[in-house]
Design a protein. Structure first.
Length: 167
């Protein structure tokens, strides 16, 4: 039963394995790795703006289903964000997912961010995706190549204030 494909797997590198651990993190951490399946209907906001020393954020699969607003704003040391499959999505079934005007993703003012990656079916019902002032950004990966990935299908994607380097 532990190998059933619909059950979340355990990430042995995770330093957060429950919502309570997430809520009790020190704002001085430089790395947050969230295990698969961490979610709670009482958590509707995900604001890491106070984690001024955060360099790496990794969210597992099937996490934070009930979060309506993700804020990664003003993280001056943040270099990498990886979000697993089916995270920040309330209803995982693509046939029943509809746009929710209250669900927003904001990534702003993170000058050292080089990489933003997210697995398929994450942010399926979000209507806003703002990525702004991330001038070091080199890689954005959303979903799987040549697959129906359904990342932000109801949002217009706009990348603002990125410097173009020509050689």
């Amino acid at each position: 039963m532990a190998d059933h494909p619909r059950l979340p797997k355990h990430n042995p590198n995770a330093n957060v394995t429950s919502v309570n651990q997430f809520l009790s993190l020190s704002t001085d951490v430089t790395e947050i790795v969230v295990d698969d399946g961490v979610s709670d209907s009482g958590i509707t906001g995900f604001d890491l703006s106070g984690f001024s020393k955060l360099k790496r954020l990794e969210i597992g699969n099937d996490c934070f289903s009930y979060v309506e607003e993700v804020k990664l704003i003003g993280l001056s040391e943040l270099e990498s964000v990886v979000i697993g499959e089916k995270s920040f999505t309330k209803y995982k079934d693509t046939y029943h997912t509809t746009a929710d005007p209250n669900r927003h993703f904001c990534l702003k003012n993170c000058p050292k961010l080089k990489s933003l990656k997210m697995g398929h079916h994450s942010f399926m019902d979000y209507t806003v995706c703002e990525i702004e002032n991330v001038d070091a950004l080199e890689v954005i990966e959303m979903g799987d190549l040549d697959e129906a990935s359904c990342n932000f299908p109801y949002a217009s994607l706009e990348l603002k204030s990125v410097l173009i380097h020509c050689e």
